[in-house]
Structure formats: C-alpha cells, structure tokens
Design a protein. Structure first.
Ligand code: GDP
Ligand code: IMO
Ligand code: MG
Length: 447
C-alpha cells in the first residue's frame, strides 16, 4: 500500500477464520513500518506462499517476513513462549532473522503448558454438544486466567518478579492437582520442565519484551503507517460470533483498542477478508455446509485443510447473511474475496440469501447456536464459470459470470470488493477501485 497520506489499516477475517488474511497481510506489508497482532495466539495459522516457498505463521505477525516492518505482538495476544521460540528458530533455519525486528508487549499473557493440557483434557472429555473443537493451543484457559487475574502470568512478570520461578512452580502444581481432580489425569505435566522453560523464555525473549503501546504511539507520531493483523474471524468473536463455538478474543477491528493499545479511530481502512464460499474448522453451526460431493469438491479444489491442526475444513456455499452481519459489526470499509479461483468448474454457484427456521424466514443472524443449528439455507443459484482464473491479473479479464458473482456478493454484503484472490501466490491478486493506486502486486516469486 503506498503511503500517500498515512493510513493505518486493519486486515481481519469476516468468517470462521482461514479466509486468506496471511496472504493479504504479506502483500500489504511492504508499505507499513509495523505489523501488529492484537488478538488470539497460536490458534492462528496464516499462510504465505511465494513461488514454491510456503510459510505458516502462528504467533509471529506476517510482516516479519519483510525487512521494512517491525513485528509487534500486542497486549491482547496470548503467547506460548516456547512455541514462539520454535517459530523464530524455524524461520532462522530458513534464512529469516526475526528477533531484531520483533517486539513483544510486556502486558501480553503467557500460555502455559497447563493451559494446553486443560484445553485438550476438557475437549476430549466433552460430549458432542459441548465440544468446541478447539485448536488445543491453550487459548481459552489462558484468557480465562487473564480474566481471573490472580492466576495469570504476563511477560512483565517474568522480567520484574525475582521470585518468578517459585510463582510458576506454585501455579503449575496447583493446576496439576486441579486437573487430576477434574479429569483423573494432569495431562502429563512436568512441573520442573515448566519452570525451566519459563526461565529459558526469560533469557531469550527479554531483549524484545517492551512497552509496545509506547512504540506504536511513537511510530504514529513519526508519521509511519501501521498494519493490524487480525487473527481468527468475526464469526469466531467471543462476543459477536456463534457462541459458544467461538474463540476467546475480540477478533475484529474492535479488538485493536484493547489488544494493541491504539484507539480504533486512528485506523482508517478496515479490510474484511472473506472467501468466495464458506469454511469452518471445529464444531458449531454452519448453515450453508455441504456434506456432499460439492462440499468435497470445494475442499479438494481449495486445499481446505487447517494450517494449524491439519483438520479438513467443512465447506459450503457463500453465506451472505453471516457475511453482512460480520461486515456491519466490524465496520469493514473494504472487502477482499479470496479463493475465487477455487469455484471454477461449477455450472452453478450458490449464495445463501436467507435462513428458514421454525417456519420463518430470517435475514439476520440469530444469536443462539441451537437456533442457528436448526436453520436451513435459502440458496440462490447463479451461473458459474469453467475458466481457470489463476493466471488472470486484471478484474476486467475475469469471465463475465465471475464478475457478476463478485458484484452480487458486494451488493449483498454491503461494502466495496476491492481485492480478489485468484490463487495462493501473492501475485495472484486482483485490485479494484482506489486499491489499484495503493498496492503493488509483485510479479510471481519475489520476496
Ligand atoms: P488465514 O488464517 O486467514 O491467513 O488463512 P490460512 O492461511 O489459514 O488459509 C488460507 C489458505 O488459502 C492458505 O493455504 C492460502 O495459501 C490459500 N489462499 C489464500 N488466498 C487464496 C486464493 O485466492 N486462492 C487459492 N486457491 N488459495 C488461496
Ligand atoms: P486463523 O487466524 C480457523 C476455531 C477453532 C475452534 C474455535 C475455538 O488462522 O484464521 P480455540 O483454539 O481458539 O479455542 O478454538 O475457533 N479457530 C480457528 N479456525 N482459523 C483460525 O485462525 C482459528 N482460530 C480458532 O477451530 O472451532
Ligand atoms: Mg488460518
């Protein structure tokens, strides 16, 4: 994005995650001086494809792949420190040196092994209706400790508290006892290994743990542009998503204030990312899900398998009710539709324009998962296209039926579609309107 008047920008998911945020953040990063994660943790899996190279980022802001941008892990992120170090080391093995350009908020919370153990134990002991299908990365238990306050650990604690080893030991022992009492199993926790790992994290991460809020204010004061990288998606938002089948953080632009310490009003562009169809991993209502050959075909054509867990993603037609709702709550100024190429080869493509539930027609999102579970989609079919779109580079060169489909989604969702994905590579991106003046889409295979 060219930096005419500095425009702080947010990229966020408008679905149930995995919309293609990583690809877009990577494309935008060269024009920003800081790329900031403000929510979630290692439940995220953001993929970047550059030619034959593929990177999957979980805790690191995608911008760290670019030399110009400082990567910031904000106060609202929950960080598994050992997972983060592994991610940093894996990138170093591939020639990307992260440490000099990464900052971690001293206010951010640590995901501890007992959070991950609890996440796994509570999921495996749950029955069908109470199993969320989490990523088992300890996200919910860590945010629960954060809200409980007295049992949480922040990065500032591992720096400032001279008794941190004793505190960690005490918290881990108590949690181990509690897990054994509830589940008959402590999830294999090794208390001394937990203490040791916190001390390793302290030693290796201390140089980059800092007041990121101050850093972001200085960045803004210097007239530099900041890109906020949302994790997960609006339909997984803890307040606005398909509760309780959600994650535990504020996943959209509303999370920037709490999760980065920057007022959302300073951000002028909010790019909501959706796919040309719908996907979901984990449990929970999914009105347009296709449990048939068409769903299997979308999964195969779109390679719809989770970046973090490898689980097959559930697939279905585009849900305009859910996407419009997400757009309204988030206040998206722009929409990016990814995976338009994946729908090639269908004679007809479906769009859900209403829900039928208990004899009524609904055009807004019910708040109750049980009601959503009973909804049937009202699908409108539009003519499809058979051309392979992956080498198309201008919107005007798309088949007319594909353009009609995009413009129909634009009308139903209610914000301009300014970016389109026609393949996983960053070069496979089409721009519309003023986005053409803002983003430079590179030639294939350049980093
Ligand atoms: P994120 O979590 O939103 O960053 O998305 P993920 O990386 O988990 O999943 C998106 C997947 O779709 C990744 O494998 C991307 O490489 C891929 N992808 C992104 N945009 C496109 C696109 O326009 N077309 C195709 N075919 N793949 C895409
Ligand atoms: P990105 O950033 C897809 C889903 C999980 C589960 C629910 C709760 O890659 O888009 P959690 O582990 O957060 O407690 O799981 O949320 N989920 C995601 N699904 N993409 C993600 O992130 C997700 N983050 C969480 O599958 O249904
Ligand atoms: Mg993902």
């Amino acid at each position: 994005m060219t930096n005419q008047a500095v425009q702080h920008t947010c990229v966020f998911g408008m679905g149930w995650g995995d919309e293609g945020k990583g690809k877009l953040v990577d494309l935008l990063s060269p024009a920003f001086q800081a790329v900031v994660r403000f929510n979630g943790g290692a439940n995220a899996g953001h993929t970047v494809c550059v030619g034959q190279d593929k990177f999957a980022l979980h805790l690191l802001p995608t911008g760290v792949l670019h030399d110009n941008a400082v990567g910031v892990i904000g106060p609202g992120v929950v960080v598994d420190p050992i997972g983060l170090l592994e991610e940093i080391d894996n990138l170093a093995d591939r020639g990307v040196q992260v440490i000099p350009k990464l900052k971690i908020s001293h206010r951010a919370h640590l995901v501890m092994p007992y959070h991950k153990a609890e996440d796994k134990l509570s999921e495996t002991s749950a029955t069908g209706t109470t199993r969320i299908g989490t990523t088992a990365r300890g996200i919910g238990p860590c945010y629960a400790d954060k809200m409980r306050r007295t049992t949480a650990i922040r990065f500032i604690d591992i720096i400032n508290d001279p008794q941190i080893a004793d505190r960690v030991r005490e918290l881990a022992e108590k949690r181990s006892t509690a897990l054994s009492a509830i589940y008959g199993d402590n999830g294999g926790l090794d208390i001394e290994a937990i203490v040791r790992d916190v001390l390793i994290a302290k030693e290796r991460l201390s140089p980059i743990i800092c007041d990121t809020t101050k850093f972001l204010y200085e960045t803004m004061d210097a007239g530099q542009a900041i890109l906020f990288e949302g994790a997960n998606g609006m339909l997984l938002d803890v307040d606005h998503g398909t509760y309780p089948f959600v994650t535990s953080s504020a996943t959209g632009p509303h999370g920037i204030g709490s999760g980065a310490g920057v007022p959302p009003a300073s951000v002028s562009r909010y790019i909501g990312v959706i796919k040309a169809y719908s996907t979901r991993v984990g449990s929970g209502p999914f009105v347009t899900e296709l449990k048939d050959d068409i769903g299997d075909r979308i999964r195969k054509q779109g390679n719809e398998f989770g970046t973090t867990t490898g689980r097959p993603r559930r697939c279905g037609w585009f849900d305009a009710i859910a996407s419009r709702y997400a757009r309204q709550v988030a206040g998206a100024t722009d929409i990016a539709i990814m995976h338009l190429d994946t729908l090639s080869g269908f004679d007809q493509v479906g769009v859900c324009i209403a829900y039928r539930c208990d004899g009524q027609t609904l055009t807004t999102m019910p708040a109750d998962a049980a009601t959503l579970q009973r909804c049937e989609p009202v699908i409108e079919y539009r003519p499809g296209w058979h051309e392979n779109l992956r080498s198309v580079r201008r919107y005007e060169d798309l088949p007319q039926t594909a353009r009609n489909y995009v413009e129909h989604i634009e009308t139903l969702v209610g914000a301009p579609v300014s970016i389109l994905g026609v393949g996983p590579d960053r070069s496979q991106t089409l721009l519309r309107g003023d986005m053409k003046d803002c983003i430079d889409v590179p030639e294939p295979a350049s980093l």
